[in-house]
Design a protein around this ligand. Sequence first.
Ligand code: FES
Ligand SMILES: [Fe+2]
Length: 444
Amino acid sequence: MPDDIQNEARSRWEALSQTGAGTPMGELLRRYWWPIAGASELAEPGTKPVRLMGEDLVLYKDLGGRYGLLDRHCRHRRADLSYGFVEACGLRCNYHGWLYDSDGSCLAQPYEDLAHPEARLKDEVRIKAYPVEALGGLLWAYLGPEPRPLVPDWEFFSWKNGFRQIVKAEIPCNWFQCQENSIDPVHFEWTHSNWSVRLAGAAGPYSPQHVKVDFSEFDYGFQYKRIRTDTSAEDRLWTIGRVCLWPNGLFTGNHVEFRVPIDDENTLSVMWHFSRVPHEQEPYVQNSIPTWQGPISDPVTGRWITSHVMNQDFVTWVGQGKVADRSKEYLGPSDRGIVMIRRRFLNDLEAIKDGKDPKGVIRDPEVNRAIALPVAERKNFIEGFSRAEIMRDPFSRRNLQGYIFQTGQPPEVREAFLAAMGFSEAELEPEPQAFDPLAPAPRT
Ligand code: FES
Ligand SMILES: [Fe+2]
């Protein structure tokens, strides 16, 4: 790696893993909306405890259908509001009945209101409250200063004729090392392709090697591009590549992975996945997007699960330690993208000191309409394919045979997926040959 990168003050990089309120990076991260749950997790009114960037909160939907995100602990004597009960408007503490609205105001204090109405104590009481919005089947929270920006309306949220699912996992390490994986093309060859060969008990053949990678910045993130020994500069993975979505995601076309800081040492992985239904199933409208959370360790051995794509990623992230020690790493040329995103965050720490917005903050409603992103296999998701075409394509077929991205998919989600796709389990008998999702494909 060039000297300027090796010599970058490591102490500056330490700041990047902080998420708490009052830390420079914690304040920067609070300028963005974060996905904290699937809307289907609160299909009915109720509460859900949430920890986000070190803050213990309670997410709720009241009987009027409004969302709120409040301090986990009641402003009165600190009871746990995730055991509170939702009302026509707001969330009521189960200890003495204080009732809060989603803006943090106190609407009722039953004893005080009755016995001392003249005191109007509730007028002085406020509880910590943050805004919540629903978009794309996800619930988003904003913990930053007003005026709040817009929740980014990425184009894939409005793609038609797709079966969508939201898949979560809790990862016991800092979010930023997870996000660095969003701009790491070479890991795919080893963490996924070659390791899978070895996990299957074979010693080869290995995947085609990466021979060239490139990284570039655009308004909403960075693109990374690759050429392998089996592809050329004509391939879609070089002309378009993949997207490190700002500030917290990896977008590959059929899914986006968000890395959400629970606190400095834990991350909520939130994947939003899109499966285009065959032409024969159109028009397909999905009324509710299922949300499920998968395990990451094997209860028998206590070891991390290695069988699925994202589980393999999780192993690499947690393996770097609770918070990766960047003073001990030795960067190579393939890490140039990682250095680029670190520098972008460091530069934006300065920008917000000057009162500017950091990268990728969207405030213009005209801009925020199905924002287009680079999509290497766009035709696959927009135009789609017939059943016969899907069955002929090894990658599409493999995606039908079982959920390859994360372990633990509930049977009812599998059933709903197959029903949406119009296939039966019996039609999808696994075939012996391996598949390679990065292989050159004429599908563009
Ligand atoms: S602790 Fe919540 S109302 Fe008393
Ligand atoms: Fe990966």
